[in-house]
Design a protein around this ligand. Sequence first.
Ligand SMILES: Cc1cc2nc3c(=O)[nH]c(=O)nc-3n(C[C@H](O)[C@H](O)[C@H](O)COP(=O)(O)O)c2cc1C
Length: 200
Amino acid sequence: MAKVLVIKSSILGSYSSSGLLIDELLAASAKQDPSQIVVVRDLGAQPLPQLDGEILGGFGGAAEQTERQQAAVALSNELIAEIQSADRIVVGVPMYNFGIPTQLKSWLDYICRAGVTFRYTEQGPEGMLANKPVLLVTTTGGMHRNTATDLALAHVQTVLGFIGLADQHVAYAQGLGMGDEARQKGLDSARDEARAFLVA
Ligand SMILES: Cc1cc2nc3c(=O)[nH]c(=O)nc-3n(C[C@H](O)[C@H](O)[C@H](O)COP(=O)(O)O)c2cc1C
């Protein structure tokens, strides 16, 4: 049974465009494989505690762990286990102020763990997660694809590649704030790319 991990990160709830595209994709995917198991993490609805010095100390293996550190390490382990047990991963990547939502940044902060998901060798950094297909569903109000301002997608691609998830696919909906026609065009183009991921 195929297992799909879905990471949603919009703060716009039912108005989210990345959420809309992901839900459409999951519906099509369930039709194709009704036995698939889907695990959804909605970071906008249920944000993770923000990384700070205390939590980082917990990740670093401080000998005397506070309750908060223990909880953060357990959560981080859980998030990493979700990735490890998935066959495919879908991540919503909305652009907010040229970057990613802070909620998605927190997820990245919890899954990047030295000695667990990456390590440094004499040859440089090495991702420790087993490679698997990842679809990044990116949504932007303006036009950014393949330009110097395509920072949200580049950030997520870089971090996931760093921890070993290099088999990355993109469904890119841009121009969503530029009027009805541009919005429709942006969504349709992303739908085509999401469909390609489904059959790949
Ligand atoms: C707080 C906020 C900041 C935004 N900043 C940008 C931006 O810097 N560039 C851009 O093109 N669109 C920007 N947008 C538009 C979003 O990228 C667009 O609404 C997209 O659909 C967001 O994805 P979502 O609907 O899944 O949350 C912003 C939207 C919000 C809510």
